[in-house]
Design a protein around this ligand. Structure first.
Ligand code: ZN
Length: 188
């Protein structure tokens, strides 16, 4: 297994719709193993293939609920059914989100409280998960990556403007930038 470099916003693969997975081969298995290792090392609660430079529709996740139950897996070619998104500002303390491709930053974002995600696993067996709260947020965030969307693309003002300034100040927002979990130290 290998820890892979994580692309930073500006890399075209992060801003392009990823393609359906059609080859369930050893290469895909290796990619998923590497994604788990990269996600754990980062550390993150989710990682989408475009974040490691691979434009395919899959992501890994690892989330422990309030009772300490760990939910960990991979979902390939997912379909996302969204619950209602309340038409009110995001709570600045409890509805705050981050992304390994915008490293070290966090901003409030309103998401659906409940989602259903379905897809397949590495053996092409169907996977279907109903999620609420943070678990639902993770799925919405990772699914967006497969459509070439980052959470910062969804922010309301003033966060949209602030995030643009920070991305610019960091010298991000252009191709060719990445970081390697476990080697490159990041703040935040
Ligand atoms: Zn992300």
């Amino acid at each position: 297994m290998t820890i892979r470099r994580i692309c930073i916003t500006g890399e075209p693969v992060l801003h392009t719709r990823a393609k359906e997975v059609t080859n369930f081969d050893d290469e895909l298995r290796e990619l998923v193993q590497d994604m788990f290792e990269t996600m754990d090392e980062a550390p993150g609660v989710g990682l989408a293939a475009p974040q490691v430079g691979v434009g395919l529709r899959l992501f890994t996740y690892d989330y422990a609920d309030d009772e300490g139950n760990e939910r960990r897996g991979v979902i390939i070619n997912p379909v996302l059914e969204l619950g209602e998104i309340m038409d009110e500002p995001a709570d600045e303390d409890t509805e705050i989100e981050g992304c390994l491709s915008v490293p070290g930053e966090r901003f409030p974002l309103k998401r659906a409280e409940q989602v259903t995600i379905s897809g397949v696993d590495l053996d092409q067996k169907p996977v279907k998960i109903e999620a609420e709260g943070w678990f639902a947020r993770i799925f919405q965030h990772e699914f967006d990556h497969l459509d070439g969307l980052l959470y910062v693309d969804r922010l309301a003002e003033p966060w949209a403007e602030i995030s643009k300034d920070i991305i610019e100040d960091n010298g991000w927002g252009k191709p060719g930038l990445s970081w390697l979990p476990g080697y490159d130290k990041l703040e935040g």
